[in-house]
Design a protein around this ligand. Structure first.
Ligand code: PLP
Length: 727
């Protein structure tokens, strides 16, 4: 497989995060590096040529946004443009105060959905400069439109206003003309910064209409390289230098200019200008083409996901951004699925992809929690081709069908992925987890009677679990809470509302007393622990065959055995003497499944916890993918089944052994087999693989902690080894 072939198979729908450099822009950048490499400040011909390139770019840019050359400054990006604008306005405020001018307008208004760069810059510089300006965050409606009444209410006392032309997460276009009317009709002059980063190339930008003071732009959002941007400052607006040195950019932004970047921006602006003037330009799409592309993608999304909400206001947004949420599938799950299918998208905003917190934009829009948790931002650009859009739409439709199929695939089929010589026994019961943030709902399923018990119902997972049990035709016997808190009762109630409970009064499954459940071949004991004003519960599962000790315990969380020590104290006061002796309660082999995951682990064994080993050190257990070509490893792909089916990449490579799929959500079952059934496996060398190496490391650490010594994770997973795999 050639590199080009692989790349061609992917589609890039994350253009609001950054864009690929256009060929024309690349050529311009390379030309400057090869032929016009002089320092623009030098007076010889090489320097003069470099200077000319900068000034030509400046001119093209200023014409494009209806300004003059003296109002354009090249920066390292929009973030720097924002800093310069903020510092300029704040220094103006300080200067007026020093002149003892009475300032009545002491407010800074920021729309709640601005880019973080604006918030951070303002709060930081206000603190550093010890300025007594008050920051007012303007609320937004459910689509992100700023509350105009709030702006009106504060406008008379406003010194500085920050808004954006187009939102980077939702694509919403701000009605700047409406805001202009309000602030330009005040007696006081309001300095106004508009973040035009996501508007450039998609909307007409005219800095005189509406009349603004500062505008920032970023090269890498319009197919120029990273590290270059433009700041517009109205000729009579306050202006203070931010980076001082050799006096470049008229003393406002010192440092030798980023000539390749500036040349590239000029080239892209040239193409955009041609298009604007009606000159044929194949590279740049028309507005109607972009609208057609958006419709193709919306259609694919609706066809693939039955319960989907588009968070973007389609009547007031650029066509290139679609923010949507699919019920039952979190952002990170959907991103993994899309990634496996060969589509790059982001969840909310790129800056948020590693953070657990919801996007501040979607939070300001007050979307329901599931919509925030499941939000996906799909963004293409004014250069994306129809071919890419159609390929992307096809992939989205394939994802839809695979998601439906995998819900229908029996769990037993999952095991057909396994190497039969190791897992010859038919599985009668399985333990499956569903994850929400750092918490798990567990399903204890009996495949013989096709029934299950749900432990720790988390309402955000209810829809997904409902899909699962309906597709598998599983009866739910009971839903067990993990504490007596009111919120837990609400979660349980929510589950009971949408999931039908069956067989509750069946003699086989009857609750014999209030703490003991019999379910198929198991006895499940509920153990209570008083915790101030509520009770905590843990569930201990005994299997008939192994009567003396529990095979699994479901517990809240476990920090070096504290949790069980708590129980031990509690049990010692208990009348039930059997429970008072900890050693009788658990066996070394007892598998402990957590409800909450505080240390990147979803399970352990009692033996491992009792030993209280040092924390497992990750770096020791990494191997290079190359080892898989020659050495004998049992290889497990721990991605979810749908990811594995959509992109069964690993088996395209000449690994010595077959790569089987054991999703992390079924991982406990593998551990169970390793501990109880498959002694032979404990001597095998096992390796785990996933997309980035994160999930495979979790799997590795769990087995290492339990005591398996021959377990490794492929460093960097599929993504980092991507090019190496292809070579
Ligand atoms: N403003 C908006 C709306 C953006 O989307 C971004 C980039 O994420 C920025 C500002 C910051 O731009 P830069 O990366 O050029 O500093």
């Amino acid at each position: 497989m050639s590199k080009v072939f692989y790349k061609n198979k992917r589609v890039y729908f994350d253009c609001n995060a950054t864009t690929p450099v256009l060929k024309e822009a690349l050529d311009a950048a390379i030309y400057t590096m090869k032929n016009a490499f002089g320092n623009p400040s030098s007076i010889h011909i090489d320097g003069a040529e470099a200077k000319l390139i900068i000034e030509k770019s400046r001119e093209k840019f200023s014409l494009f946004i209806n300004s003059s050359n003296s109002e354009i400054y090249f920066t390292s990006g929009a973030t720097e443009g924002i800093q310069i604008s903020v510092i300029s306005v704040l220094r103006q405020y300080i200067s007026l105060k020093r002149q003892n001018i009475n300032i009545n307008n002491k407010k800074i208004l920021i729309s709640a959905t601005e880019h973080k760069a604006v918030f951070h810059a303002i709060y930081y510089w206000i603190e550093v400069l010890e300025i007594d300006l008050e920051v007012i965050i303007i609320g937004v409606d459910k689509f992100g439109h700023p509350n105009i009444n709030e702006i009106e209410e504060h406008a008379g006392e406003t010194f500085f206003l920050c808004t954006m032309a187009v939102n980077n997460e939702t694509g919403l276009i701000t009605n700047l003309k409406q805001i202009e009317k309000i602030i330009r009709s005040q007696k006081n002059y309001v300095y106004w910064l508009v973040d035009y980063v996501q508007a450039l190339g998609k909307l007409n930008v005219d800095v005189k209409n509406p009349l603004i003071d500062y505008a920032c732009f970023s090269g890498h959002k319009i197919h120029a390289p990273k590290g270059v941007g433009v700041l517009y400052v109205k000729n009579d607006a306050p202006l203070s230098p931010f980076i001082l040195g050799g006096g470049q950019e008229r003393g406002i932004r010192a440092g030798t200019e980023n000539l390749p970047g500036i040349a590239a921006i000029g080239t892209v602006i040239n193409l955009l200008t041609q298009k604007k003037n009606g000159i044929f330009c194949k590279t740049i799409n028309t507005k109607s083409e972009l609208n057609e592309f958006r419709n193709i993608l919306i259609d694919a999304i609706h066809r693939s996901f039955s319960m989907v909400i588009i968070n973007t206001d389609l009547n007031a947004s650029v066509p290139t951004t679609l923010n949507f949420s699919v019920f039952g599938i979190t952002s990170s799950e959907m991103m993994s699925i899309m990634d496996a299918a060969g589509i790059s998208v982001s969840g909310g905003s790129a800056c948020n992809s590693s953070s657990k917190k919801f996007s501040h934009v979607l939070s300001a829009m007050e979307l329901p929690e599931w919509q925030k948790a499941n939000a996906i931002r799909l963004s293409f650009s004014f250069t994306t081709t129809k071919d890419e859009i159609l390929t992307g739409a096809k992939k989205i439709i394939k994802i839809g069908s695979v998601l439906k199929t995998t819900n229908l695939i029996s769990i037993k089929n999952t095991y057909s992925y396994l190497n039969k010589s190791f897992f010859k026994n038919k599985k009668l019961f399985e333990i499956i987890n569903f994850k929400y943030e750092n918490s798990y709902t567990w399903l204890l399923t009996d495949n013989f009677s096709n029934s299950c018990i749900i432990i720790n119902p988390i309402s955000q997972l209810a829809q997904k679990i409902l899909n699962y049990i309906q597709c598998q035709n599983i009866n739910v016997i009971d839903v067990l809470m993990v504490n007596s808190k009111f919120e837990s009762e609400l979660d349980k109630e929510y589950f009971l509302k949408i999931i039908k409970i069956s067989n509750k009064n069946d003699s086989n499954n009857a609750l014999v007393d209030k703490n003991i459940f019999y379910f198929s071949g198991w006895k499940i004991e509920q153990i209570k622990n008083k915790n101030h004003d509520f009770e905590e519960y843990c569930y201990i599962v005994y299997q008939n065959k192994l009567k003396n000790y529990p095979i699994v315990a479901f517990v809240d969380s476990l920090c070096s055995g504290d949790y069980f020590n708590k129980f031990k104290l509690n049990f010692s006061n208990d009348e039930d003497k059997k429970l008072s002796r900890k050693s009788n309660l658990f066996d070394n082999k007892t598998i402990i499944c957590y409800f909450k995951d505080f240390n990147g682990s979803m399970m352990t064994t009692w033996g491992a916890e009792e030993k209280n080993d040092d924390f497992v050190k990750n770096d020791k257990y990494l191997i290079d993918y190359k080892n898989l070509k020659n050495d004998n490893y049992l290889i497990f792909d721990v991605r979810e089944l749908y990811e594995s089916i959509i992109y069964n990449y690993f088996n395209n490579y000449d690994f010595k052994n077959y790569c089987s799929n054991i999703p992390l959500s079924y991982f406990v079952n593998l551990v169970f087999d390793l501990i109880y059934n498959e002694k032979k496996l404990s001597t095998e060398k096992i390796v785990f693989l996933c997309s980035t190496g994160k999930r495979s490391l979790i799997a590795t650490n769990i087995l290492r902690k339990i005591g398996f010594k021959n377990v490794w994770s492929v460093s960097g997973g599929f993504t980092l080894n991507n090019n190496k795999f292809i070579d």
